[in-house]
Design a protein around this ligand. Structure first.
Ligand code: THU
Length: 135
């Protein structure tokens, strides 16, 4: 896990967060053991900004990887940073419900949860099965 802290912390340094002043770094380990990182990238058109987790997922997929085995997110607040709802769904696309997610602060506080605890009842392909409209 310490390697993920180091990787996510380094990515966080590169965050572009001039509007919130809240820098976030994320690191994802894949089933093959590779580590991908991301940081939040904000935009003057605020809704266009992207989260650290989204950046790490994009890097993972661009490298040809599809299966998340571990996630770590780190930021500078007092409370361990918690992935937003959209990022929970994005992580669930590539990670099983038992994937551990570590939420950390740069001061060393951590909280952990499984992906399935962060997003119970995730929307999945199962929910689209059996739609009879057949278009
Ligand atoms: N943010 C992330 O990058 N990841 C999270 O898990 C929580 C929030 C970013 C989005 C925005 O750039 C800033 O933090 C404040 O919401």
């Amino acid at each position: 896990m310490q390697d993920l802290v180091t990787a996510a912390t380094a990515a966080r340094e590169n965050a572009h967060a001039p509007y919130s002043n809240f820098k976030v770094g994320a690191a994802i380990r894949t089933a093959t053991g590779r580590v991908f990182t991301g940081c939040n990238v904000e935009n003057i058109a605020y809704p266009e900004g992207t989260c650290a987790e989204a950046g790490a997922i994009a890097a993972m997929v661009a490298a040809g990887e599809r299966e998340i085995s571990e996630v770590l997110v780190i930021a500078g607040g007092e409370e361990p940073v918690s992935p937003c709802g959209g990022c929970r769904q994005k992580l669930a696309e590539f990670g099983a419900p038992d994937v551990p997610v570590t939420m950390a602060t740069i001061s060393g506080r951590i909280a952990t949860a499984r992906l399935g605890e962060l997003l119970p009842g995730a929307f999945s392909a199962r929910h689209m099965a059996g739609d009879g409209e057949g278009e």
